[in-house]
Design a protein around this ligand. Sequence first.
Ligand SMILES: NC(=O)C1=CN([C@@H]2O[C@H](COP(=O)(O)OP(=O)(O)OC[C@H]3O[C@@H](n4cnc5c(N)ncnc54)[C@H](O)[C@@H]3O)[C@@H](O)[C@H]2O)C=CC1
Ligand SMILES: O=C(O)CCC(=O)C(=O)O
Length: 399
Amino acid sequence: MAKIVLLEKIHASAAQLLNNEGIAEIVQLPTALQANELKKALEGADAVGIRSATHITAEVLQALPQLRAIGCFCIGTNQVDLTAAAAHGVPVFNAPFSNTRSVAELVIAESILLLRRIPEKNVRTHRGQWDKTAQGAYEVRNKLLGIIGYGNIGAQVGILAESVGMRVCYYDVESKLPLGNAKPMATMEALLAEADIVTLHVPGGSATERLITGERLALMKPSAVLLNASRGGVVDIDALNAALREGRLAGAALDVFPKEPRNDKEEFISPLRGLDNVILTPHIGGSTEEAQENIGREVADKLARFLKAGTTRWAVNFPEIPHLEKQTKSRVLNVHRNEPGVIARMNADFAQAGLNIVAQHLQTRGPIGYVITDVDDGISTALLQKLRSEPATIRCELI
Ligand SMILES: NC(=O)C1=CN([C@@H]2O[C@H](COP(=O)(O)OP(=O)(O)OC[C@H]3O[C@@H](n4cnc5c(N)ncnc54)[C@H](O)[C@@H]3O)[C@@H](O)[C@H]2O)C=CC1
Ligand SMILES: O=C(O)CCC(=O)C(=O)O
């Protein structure tokens, strides 16, 4: 039976589900690991569960030919080289909605706190000062919230914001259905210039790296605040630091950073430390009991279904085959380069071995093909070797 390594304090609901599914060996480690330690920890593992701090690069995948699946117990998957994973025949799963609400609630809370200048007042009161003034403190009612990235989280933030009386506008690279009274903006620049609160909800990765440059920050009103609970690389942190220290922005709330500690022993280093009008949180946008418990179950279920039946429904990088109960003696999972003749050759190999195919399901995604074949007899080692040695085969497993 399969072995799974779960890193980064994944919720106990994951191990519980995997246990119930009969996954034999579950190793749980509390932190993220760097490449070399990671390779060691994953020796012999069929699957790994990570959150946002473990980076699975092409080099790590190359060193782990036995690794069959990756579960990201979060929304973002930019910490995994998705293309390299698919090229190694490794599907990657995530939990696309389970912490959406938690992030949205944090954004609304921080918007109110920043506009009321609570971070500064909190620090001053702790220092014994009694700064009782309304100056520079505003209600969020009627203020314009600008959402950059109007996907699941952005749209949820917009709904919650309207329910406390904010006006909402958004900018997205794709055309999106405006929910409630949200107003789409033609450009990000227009949104930055008009909004009182700007909140970022784009995915991480090269396309959004330093999306918020010094030039774009300069478009914001000096009374406006910036929130980032997406990925640290999305904001030019030095430019933001300069804007805040020079009073060109009224405040900020950051949950994600270009460099984040991998565990609670490492010091958090940032130029923004010590700024009283900035809320800094340790990447906990999705860290609520509700979200983590749901994520644990959801991703563990996807991993278990893959390991037990080859199901790849909801994989983010891989051809998707829905759940099909295994009702025959043998099931062969074949990942191959998507080119002509592969299935014909494979089926000829089954026929030559005298095996009858009971069911066969094929899906392709770009350069990768994935086929599940059920046969009503045992598969010999010789046949498995033959299937594995077909020139287009990337991976071939028997379950
Ligand atoms: N701080 C935390 O703990 C958490 C952070 N996140 C981060 O939030 C991100 C967003 O999550 P979801 O809303 O679920 O993702 P999503 O995929 O539903 O939405 C992302 C939206 O951003 C848009 N987009 C992409 N590039 C853009 C650009 N250059 N300009 C404007 N819009 C752009 C997309 O079209 C899409 O509508 C995740 O990828 C993850 O990195 C997610 C959960 C928790
Ligand atoms: O909870 C985590 O570790 C990461 C949350 C996050 O950033 C995500 O879901 O993308």
